[in-house]
Design a protein around this ligand. Structure first.
Ligand code: ATP
Ligand code: MG
Length: 400
């Protein structure tokens, strides 16, 4: 393994190219490179990320930890494959042959497998065509390692040889996370609570190339500083995938108390939720976000029936995206575990919604009745919303 690690000094990044022609292609590649640079920030080593005719390369300029790099690249949406690669200079075919034979012995020392050489010749000045290079390299490998066999239909190992200005040589393709590079699909405002669902919802939105800002509502002194820190920690984990984000922390206490005083208690949750949506939308519009994102999933809790979703959704005109709507709790938990938010989400801190929650909340809110209840807030609540917006704290989240 040590030998292998010393061997690789670059990664070839594969991305699905469907639908990215012309100008879109540049936007896609540039966003992908930006996200790769961000993901590698803070990693051991120094890296350069560059593109060259339909390829993105990550090259290391000093000592680095290949496992750390592949793990970080594994979080960059838009990447479909990560190929640890050897790059070398050549003058003639013998140089290539020698390096390929050496590579095969070091990277696949097991010695007993079927293979196929797949060459791409981008240097049209090279005196052999790709079929000839395939055949000659195949022969050289069989000669050097007699236990190998060629299988052109279903080989165990592909040796990819790209003859460009230099040669790129690789045989392992580690899966990337797929999706689209963040920054290619606009921005959305995530309502981020300390729960399990909303970080997953943010992750899934970012996966489609949407950049994310977030808003969190807290109710000091009913909710603690540690509850807030938990949300900051969750935002940091999500930002490993989504890139840097702004987290808007809204003091929701006065609004909640006002609703508590004026409105029927079984309507508290739904009315509170409507104010969250209104405030999140105001921040979204101001930040250029084009949608709101929540972690709601039908039927999970009382406030997440279709009538409830309709009732909270009606107060804003931006679309509300609910990426986990069709998931069972366990499916959401599985993603939370995969993206590493779960352990943080289950820390037991109070949430502003649960503190004022009624014993028997309405599960099929009637919108007319809810609107009428909200009229009782008129004259006071507008000022409170304004103050909440003005006094918000904005936390700049950079991934750890
Ligand atoms: P989560 O696990 O995301 O907290 P949940 O199952 O606890 O979801 P609810 O508490 O009903 O569900 O909240 C539904 C959604 O409303 C959340 O997914 C989140 O998007 C938003 N939300 C709830 N509370 C807050 C809050 N304090 N700050 C920001 N958004 C919130
Ligand atoms: Mg919650």
């Amino acid at each position: 393994m040590a030998e292998r690690e010393g061997l690789f000094h670059a990664f070839l990044i594969k991305y699905a190219e469907i639908g990215i022609k012309g100008k879109n292609r540049y936007l896609f590649e540039d966003a992908l490179m930006r996200q790769i640079r961000f993901a590698l920030r803070g990693a051991e080593g120094k890296f350069s990320v560059r593109k060259e005719t339909g390829r993105i390369y990550v090259e290391e300029e000093g000592a680095f930890d290949p496992d750390e790099v592949t793990e970080r690249l594994g979080r960059v949406f838009g990447i479909s494959g990560i190929c640890p690669m050897v790059q070398f200079e050549y003058k003639e075919f013998a140089d290539i042959r020698e390096r390929v034979v050496d590579y095969a012995g070091r990277v696949h020392p097991e010695g007993n497998f079927t293979f196929k050489v797949q060459t791409k010749r981008a240097n049209k000045g090279f005196p052999m065509d790709s079929n000839e290079i395939n055949a000659r390299l195949g022969e050289a490998l069989l000669e050097a390692y007699p236990s190998l066999k060629v299988n052109v239909h279903e080989p165990d190992v592909f040796f990819y040889v790209e003859v460009r200005e230099r040669v790129n040589l690789y045989s392992r393709v580690l899966p990337g996370p797929g999706g689209m590079p963040v920054g290619t699909s606009g921005k959305a405002m995530l309502l981020l609570s300390g729960g399990i669902d909303s970080p997953v919802a943010g992750y899934m939105t970012a996966k489609r190339g949407v950049s994310i800002d977030a808003v969190y509502f807290h109710a000091p002194p009913y909710t603690s500083e540690r509850a807030k820190q938990k949300v900051v920690d969750l935002a940091k984990i999500v930002s490993r995938y989504s890139g840097p984000m702004k987290l808007h922390v809204i003091n929701f206490t006065d609004i909640q108390l006002c609703i508590y005083d004026q409105c029927p208690h079984e309507e508290l949750t739904i009315i509170m939720r409507r104010y969250m949506m209104r405030i999140a939308e105001a921040i979204a519009k101001e930040s250029g976000a084009l949608a709101l994102v929540t972690g709601e999933s039908i039927g999970q809790v009382a406030s997440q029936t279709l009538p409830s979703l309709a009732c909270t959704g009606e107060v804003c005109d931006l679309p509300v995206i609910r990426p986990v709507i069709g998931f069972d709790k366990q499916e959401i938990v599985d993603i939370a575990l995969k993206i590493d938010t779960f352990e943080t989400s289950i820390q037991p801190f109070e949430d502003c919604c649960t503190i004022f929650v009624a014993k028997h909340p309405v599960i099929k809110p009637n919108r007319k009745i809810i609107r009428r209840s909200e009229e009782k807030l008129a004259g006071k609540i507008e000022e409170m919303v304004k103050t909440a917006l003005e006094t918000r704290e904005v936390v700049e989240i950079q991934a750890p």
